[in-house]
Each structure stands twice: as C-alpha cells, then as structure tokens.
Design a protein around this ligand. Structure first.
Ligand SMILES: O=C(O)CCC(=O)C(=O)O
Ligand SMILES: [Fe+2]
Length: 275
C-alpha cells in the first residue's frame, strides 16, 4: 500500500508524541484516491450490512461495521505498511516471543471496525481493558475516510491520561479534539481516555479504526476462527500472524504446551486449528 513517506526522525517524533501525550496525527498519510476507494467500499458494505441487534443502546445511533477483516481482504491491505509496522512493533512487540524470530512483528489485530459517529456522544473509555500505564499493550489507528470535526463527531482525547493507570473518568469535560481530513491518520495508546462527540450534521463521518494489541491479549471477536477458508487461503504469513493464528490456545497438553504456534506449524485450513 502506497503511503506518504516518513523519515526515521519523523517516525521517532510520532513515537515520542504517543509516549508523551498518548496520541499523534500523521497528516495526509493516504492519498485521496486510496481513501476514495475505501470510502466507496465501506458505503457499499454498509448499504447491505445487517446491523447487529446486540449493539448497546448508548451506541445505537452510531453506524458501525464490525469485523472488517471478514468483509473484504482489502481492509487488511490498508493497515499494512512499513510506517504503521515500525510504530506498532516498537510499542507492542513481545521481545521474548518464542516461536518467531523476534525481529519480526508479533503484535496482532485485536478489533477492526468502521465507525461513523451518531447523534449521541461516545463516553470516555480506554480500549486496552486494563490501564497498564507506561507499559503499552494496545494501540489504535484511526484512518479518516471523511472529514472529522466538532460537528461531524470527531474523536476526543484526554492528553497524558494513558499514564494515569486509571480507567477513564467520564465526568471530565476538558479534552482535545482530533479534527482532520480524509487521508489523515490518528494513532493513540490503548490506555488513553478517549471518546467521540455527537454527529450534529447528519452526514457520515466514516473512519476505519484498527485496534492492535500485544499477542497475549484476547481479541474482541474470534478473528482466527471466524475468517472464511476462502480468505484464509489468500493470507500471507505476515497476515496470518497479524490475525492471531500463532496465538491460538492449545487444545490439550498432548497437542502442544507452548502458548504459541511455530510458523512452520500453521495449518492449511482454518478448521484444522480447532480439532
Ligand atoms: O469513532 C471514534 O472517533 C472513536 C471510536 C472509539 O473510540 C472506538 O471505536 O473505540
Ligand atoms: Fe475507543
């Protein structure tokens, strides 16, 4: 996937911002053409999408497409590039991962959705599950497909809250607004308190939100098991690692005692992992 080029120094600057403030913005990272393709794809999918009846009432008015990896493999292509990889690896890689050369990426895709804010705000929260402070376990990358601003329901963040080791304080009223244009990318630490404003325009504000984690963390949906065989066959090894195939728990101590699988032992079919 072609993206804006960044020097090592620029990447380090973004990493430093994530460390210090908890978030960063890469302006115009994707071209208008690429974003146009993904906006069309997302609109087309949403048109025929069966909305989950399990979405909590408070989120009812937001438009959400869950499990993008199951909808079209093109969604996996937009989240794979050298720059995201360097940032994700630097923050999430397990340096002692047993079954892969540790210079390789071993973080996983934890959750992948498209979201357009609704007419209610999304309360402040963290996506890391446990506020681990200085140890980053989750990173979120938001790719804007449409303008995101105070009227269309942009993301809001509480700078430095990722260090607090506390769950979000939902009463806080002072935050930063992550306003941006199609093609801009926001990256934040999964411990950062964030939410989104209500969408007051009635126009869509589609953003792709990819949540990545250290490989040890449970994915929200069972990504490895629910991928179709048709898609599985098309995955590269790197994509199999990204989707969590190396971290599938063992069926029994007679099968494997290690908590991860060697690349050489990846199965031919999805169902073979679950015998
Ligand atoms: O849509 C947004 O701006 C933020 C959404 C969010 O926080 C999430 O999906 O976890
Ligand atoms: Fe979130």
């Amino acid at each position: 996937m072609i993206t804006k080029k960044l020097s090592t120094k620029q990447i380090d600057k973004h990493l430093n911002e994530i460390n210090v403030k908890g978030y960063t913005c890469i302006k115009s990272f994707f071209s208008k053409k690429t974003i146009g393709t993904y906006l069309n794809l997302t609109n087309n999918i949403y048109r025929i999408y069966k909305i989950s009846k399990h979405i909590p009432k408070v989120w009812n008015s937001a438009k959400i497409i869950y499990n993008l990896q199951n909808k079209d493999l093109k969604y996996l292509k937009i989240i794979q590039n050298n720059i995201f990889d360097r940032i994700l690896k630097s923050k999430l890689n397990d340096p002692h991962f047993r079954n892969l050369d540790t210079v390789k990426s071993n973080y996983i895709l934890n959750n992948f959705q498209a979201r357009s804010s609704g007419n209610e705000k999304l309360f402040l929260h963290i996506d890391s599950g446990i506020p681990t402070g200085d140890v980053t376990t989750f990173l979120q990358i938001a790719i804007l497909l449409e303008p995101s601003n105070k009227s269309s329901g942009c993301t809001i963040v509480v700078p430095k809250s990722h260090k607090s080791k506390k769950f979000a304080n939902r009463k806080i009223k002072s935050y930063k607004f992550l306003e941006g244009s199609p093609g801009d990318v926001f990256i934040w630490d999964g411990n950062l308190w964030h939410g989104s404003l209500p969408n007051e325009l009635g126009l869509n504000r589609w953003a792709l939100i990819a949540t990545f984690s250290n490989w040890r963390f449970k994915q929200i949906f069972d990504i490895p098991r629910t991928l179709s065989q048709k898609f599985y066959k098309k995955l590269t090894i790197k994509e199999k690692i990204l989707l969590g195939y190396l971290g599938i728990p063992s069926n029994s101590e007679h099968d494997r005692v290690s908590s991860s699988i060697k690349v050489a032992h990846l199965k031919k079919n999805v169902k073979d992992f679950y015998k």
